[in-house]
Structures are given as C-alpha cells and as structure tokens.
Design a protein around this ligand. Structure first.
Ligand code: 8QM
Length: 399
C-alpha cells in the first residue's frame, strides 16, 4: 500500500538553504524517499535511488510541463518559448536532441580541443604569473565564455549578456522570489540579444551553432526549431560550466591532499573534475511532472504533480556513496547525477568535461600550491550552486 509522504517546512529556494544546503539535504533524505514540501505544494526526493528512478522513467515523470516550479502546460507564465529539448518529451525530444548530439559529436570535439587547450594555456600563463587571481571572475567566468562562445560561433559583441541571461534562466526554474526579481531586468534585456544570436546569419560558418542548422538541410528540424536549439546551447552551455569550474577550483584549493594527488599526476584532471561535479553539483535541482497516478519510493503520487529532484543531494546520499561528504578525486564517480540521467542527461557533457579537464590539468602543470587568499563569496541562484568570487594565491612550479 502506497503511503502518504512526510511533510517538511523546508524552503529549498531560501537564502539560508542555498547558502549551505547540505544539512537540509540530510533532513530531506532522512525524512523519507519522497517528501511533501508544504511551502510550494510539491513532492520532492533527495535520495539517489528515487532521483535516478524518476529521471529514468520519462513517461511517468515528464519534462513537457517544464522542469521548473511553474507548470508551463497550465499557462503558468514563463518568460520564453519552451526549450525543444529540456522542456520536451518524446516524440518531439527524439527528433530534436539528435540534432544537438550530432553538432556536439566526438569528431566536432576533437576539432575543438586544440583551441580549448591553447586558450587555457594562454590564460593560465598570465594568471599564474600574477601569483594571485580570482578563480571565478578571472578564470571560471572568462574561460567558458571565450572558448564555448567562440565554438558556438557567436560574435564578440554582446557576450556580456550571456551570464545575466543564464542567471535569470536558472533563477526562473524556481519560485518568483526576490532572487528571481533581482535578475529579471537584466535577464529580459539579455533575452532579446540571445534571440538575435540564434539566427543562422549570426553564427560563424562551420561553428557548432551553424552545425545545428545543418539539421534544417537534412530535413530534421525547421529553421525556427534550429534557432531554438541554438538557444539551448547558449542557455545550458555557459553558466553551468562557469559554476562547475569555480566549484572545482574551490574544492582543489581547500583539499590539499587532493591537490597533491593532482599535482603529482596531472592526468587525474578528468576524474578530479568529475568528483568536483559530484561533490558540488552546479545544477542542484530540476522538477518533473507526473503524467499519471504513480508511486515512487512507496509514496503515492497523483497525476499532474510536480516533484523536485535534488541532484546535488542524490550525489551525497550515503545509501549510494561511501563517505559522501569527502572530496576524493580517486573515488569511482560513475552514477553521479550532476549531468542528469536518462534521455535528458546533458547533451553537452563531453564539452563540459573537456573544459574541466583542460583547466585543471593546465593548473596542475603550472602550480605547486593553491590556497584561498580570502573567504570565497557565494552567488545564490535558485538552481545553480557556485561562487561569485574565489580569491586564490598560487605558487608556480619551479623549473
Ligand atoms: C540546463 O534551454 C535549454 O534547452 C536548456 C537550458 C538549461 C539547461 C538545459 C537545457 C541543464 C543545464
């Protein structure tokens, strides 16, 4: 017999929760496999097994009503036309996602790698020579914008809109709280620029963006659909890696043992970045909406219900991970859900991993020690976890 879930008064979009979500994650996991969040009238799960199960079962746990708190099928106001991948189920999703997957194929990535490496080396040569720099404003916010916006084929002008656009987008997956309002104006301004950049004519020939429009020539999507798919790359590909790189730098700077391991073997950069994603997942939460009456973790769910999935909490669930709060770059990280799971799992994850690997490896090759020069400053966002500032002091390698 399916049971009623325990009710919690936690607000996962409050300043207090977002500043340090981990104690509340534990409360959520401990309360049960699925809980009821009174404040928003939604179900939620913070345990790995149930989060994974819901992500896997896209027929029951739909994305088409939006992956934020608002139900976009009920006309609950949202600020942009729905994404054709993120906010879509099969069969639409089966037609649109392959266009992105093909644009971001392994061969496209191989072509990009030398540029991504050269940019990282140039940037880090300069930063390391200063012996002190801000890991967020001078590195994590600079590098993805440079390499990914270049790869996408965007013009230089107006790129300052990319982060405000994403900040607003990711806030808008949550409730219309003060944080949402604070980023609304800049986000809406940025949206108009973003919309213009998604046109075929605005994208450099041969770029990733142009490759999305190749799907039009193959008859897979319409011109308007291709523009929306470019918008997906622009929406999902910048802030996520900015926060991911910032979190990885923070973890490395505050875990000397992990840094020593990476320093001794810079080829650990890839697993180190992966562990940083598990440890501090840049995308913390997404919603699904039930399409029918169902059951999850023994709890009965009605049709049409929103359920909040705590990816970041699942990645620290002791039912799944040994010593989950330990940052250990040698652990097996497979099974983390920082990139999601199932048909919607991050289509750009290979690009993200490439950026993370290249930056961490280039750092490890150049630096002997890395330390905080000041307490980091958090940037709170309704969906993303990360930093506004990370003052670092580094000691270059000798010789
Ligand atoms: C999040 O617009 C989109 O298609 C889109 C926006 C944000 C994401 C994914 C897709 C997960 C990184």
């Amino acid at each position: 017999m399916a049971a009623f879930p325990p009710t919690l008064d936690i607000d996962p979009f409050s300043d207090q929760f977002l500043a340090d979500p981990y104690p509340d994650h534990e409360r959520l996991r401990a309360a049960g496999p699925v809980v009821w969040l009174e404040k928003y009238g939604v179900y939620a799960s913070a345990r790995h097994a149930e989060v994974q199960q819901a992500l896997q079962d896209w027929r029951t746990f739909s994305s088409a009503a939006g992956v934020g708190l608002a139900n976009i099928q009920k006309g609950e106001a949202f600020f942009r036309p729905p994404s054709l991948v993120l906010e879509a189920d099969p069969p639409l999703h089966e037609r649109t996602r392959p266009v992105l997957a093909l644009a971001l194929s392994p061969s496209a990535l191989r072509d990009l790698r030398p540029k991504f490496e050269a940019e990282a080396h140039a940037l880090l040569d300069r930063l390391v020579s200063h012996r002190a720099f801000d890991g967020v404003t001078e590195l994590a916010e600079v590098y993805p914008i440079r390499v990914f916006a270049d790869a996408l084929g965007l013009c230089e002008e107006g790129r300052e809109h990319l982060l405000p656009y994403a900040a607003f987008l990711f806030n808008a997956f949550g409730p219309r709280n003060q944080r949402f309002e604070e980023t609304l104006r800049a986000g809406e301004e940025a949206r108009d620029w973003v919309t213009r950049q998604c046109n075929r004519g605005a994208l450099r020939p041969g770029s990733l963006g142009a490759r999305v429009f190749d799907g039009v020539d193959r008859g897979e999507v319409s011109v308007d659909e291709a523009a929306l798919l470019v918008r997906s790359l622009l929406s999902a590909g910048l802030d996520t890696t900015v926060y991911g790189l910032g979190n990885a730098l923070f973890a490395m700077a505050t875990h000397p043992e992990a840094w020593a391991q990476l320093q001794a073997r810079p080829e650990l950069a890839r697993p180190a970045f992966e562990e940083a994603l598990r440890f501090e997942s840049s995308v913390q939460t997404f919603f699904r909406t039930t399409t029918t009456e169902t059951e999850l973790g023994g709890v009965a769910l009605p049709a049409g219900a929103k359920i909040l999935l705590f990816l970041g909490a699942a990645n620290r669930d002791s039912r799944r991970w040994e010593q989950p709060d330990r940052f250990d770059i040698l652990r097996k990280t497979s099974g983390h859900v920082a990139f999601g799971y199932g048909i919607h799992s991050c289509v750009g994850q290979a690009v993200a991993r490439m950026e993370g690997e290249i930056v961490l490896q280039a750092l490890a090759e150049r630096i002997e020690r890395i330390e905080l020069a000041a307490p980091p400053v958090r940037r709170l966002n309704n969906t993303l976890r990360g930093l506004a500032s990370l003052a670092l002091r580094v000691t270059p390698r000798r010789g």
